[in-house]
Write a protein of this length. Structure first.
Length: 136
């Protein structure tokens, strides 16, 4: 099993987190992120250590996981139908999901300033991989 955590920010809905160990629990997430009220829950997948968290906790969760595991693969989905406009130019992460893959919005999101390692295109959705390391 990989020792890397992965986080998926889908187009809609909560952020999905997979950790490489079973020791991570709700209390750990809340303590490590400094968000005692962070909405987070286990998913129903019994074969994986998966969690679902509020989109607003994305940066705090990725930073906490990078501190614990050294590196996090962050997959961010973008809609190829949604063009850049005022609605996303003013968006703060994790809410920009337009076709520029967040590149046009570097000033509004530290996560969008990180380099994209790869992009996977599936129909009208593009998934960009960004790597989060401690202090990134």
């Amino acid at each position: 099993m990989s020792q890397k955590a992965t986080v998926l920010r889908p187009l809609y809905g909560p952020v999905l987190i997979t950790t490489p160990d079973g020791a991570t629990d709700k209390r750990w997430f809340r303590d490590a992120t400094g968000r005692p009220q962070l909405p987070i829950r286990r998913t129903l997948n019994p074969r994986a250590f998966e969690w679902a968290a509020s989109r607003e906790g994305l940066r705090a969760v990725t930073d906490a996981l990078a501190g614990r595991f050294g590196e996090v693969d962050l997959f961010m989905e973008y809609s190829l139908r949604q063009s850049c406009g005022a609605h996303c130019g003013a968006a703060i992460n994790p809410h920009c999901t337009c076709s520029c893959l967040g590149i046009q919005h570097a000033g509004t999101s530290a996560l969008n300033q990180l380099p994209i390692h790869s992009v996977d295109y599936q129909g009208l959705t593009a998934t960009a991989l960004r790597r989060i390391t401690p202090g990134a």
